[in-house]
Design a protein around this ligand. Structure first.
Ligand code: F6R
Length: 261
């Protein structure tokens, strides 16, 4: 795992945007895994700016959602498909018909979950998977206790996550859906590059557990330790709990030119 520590959230967003832009530019049919929530928004804005400046096209790309609420009307602004279209996909030239998510309106949700894993495989797998981290260490909506080998499936959100996400629902956690469909930890691990972004002091504790704690279902993000190509981009505040922060800074400062992120 590589840990990149930046001075602030803007610089973290720039690092993440550069990695995604490179994947989109270098591959003939890139598949980008998109997370929602606040953490990746700065990186999405930078990618939009590159598109507007004529420096980036995503016309040949596909995107897959990491997770989705169950039970929201399809046109609800906080449904993750609507959120990601509004904040990113509709603002670049990625074709809307190549934005994929699990079919949470299906009468047979377990089958819809299996179909979503097959769809991702049929696309050739995810090239770069963007990830945020929850206060309880979740990635996607794999809450603590999730199997490290899990596939896309239905999960029940913890009260902590529903309260964290209440800010998107006019601060009323009772409006935050209880159920979601999320890519499983095993599904996420199949992406070729995992790219996590976390900023602010509220993320210091879960980042320390994920990066330097034991590999454990109690901290689902610790599963990144199993991946051969995982990059964790954090600002100084989110890096505050890392024991090896000085080493990560030094390693990044002296990164050989031939070794990209
Ligand atoms: C969103 C997702 C979640 C968030 C996490 C952090 O698609 O999968 O795991 O990344 O809850 O949320 P923010 O970035 O809002 O702090």
């Amino acid at each position: 795992m590589e840990v990149v520590i930046t001075r602030d959230a803007d610089a973290a967003a720039e690092v993440v945007a550069s990695v995604v832009a490179r994947a989109i530019r270098d591959r003939p049919a890139p598949v980008i895994g998109l997370a929602t929530g606040s953490s990746p928004l700065g990186a999405y804005r930078r990618l939009i700016e590159r598109y507007e400046a004529g420096e980036l096209t995503a016309a040949h790309a596909s995107a897959v959602l990491l997770d989705e609420y169950v039970g929201l009307p399809a046109d609800h602004p906080e449904a993750y498909r609507a959120f990601i279209r509004r904040e990113f996909v509709d603002l670049i030239d990625l074709p809307t018909e190549r934005l994929f998510g699990p079919d949470v309106t299906s009468d047979d949700l377990p089958d819809a979950c299996r179909r979503y894993d097959r769809l991702i495989a049929d696309l050739g797998g995810v090239d770069v998977q963007l990830l945020g981290i929850g206060g309880d260490g979740h990635i996607g909506f794999n809450e603590p206790g999730s199997s490290l080998a899990s596939r896309t499936r239905i999960k029940t959100l913890t009260d902590t996550t529903r309260s964290d996400n209440a800010r998107f629902f006019e601060d009323d956690e009772y409006d935050v859906p209880r159920h979601v469909v999320t890519q499983g930890l095993g599904t996420i691990l199949e992406a070729r590059h995992l790219l996590m972004i976390a900023t602010g002091d509220g993320k210091a504790e879960p980042i320390a557990r994920a990066v330097e704690g034991p590999l454990a279902a109690m901290c689902p993000a610790s599963v990144l330790q199993l991946h051969p190509h995982a990059t964790v981009v954090v600002d100084d505040a989110a890096a505050a709990g890392l024991q090896l922060a000085d080493y990560y800074r030094e390693a990044y400062a002296h990164k050989p030119d031939w070794q990209s992120l």
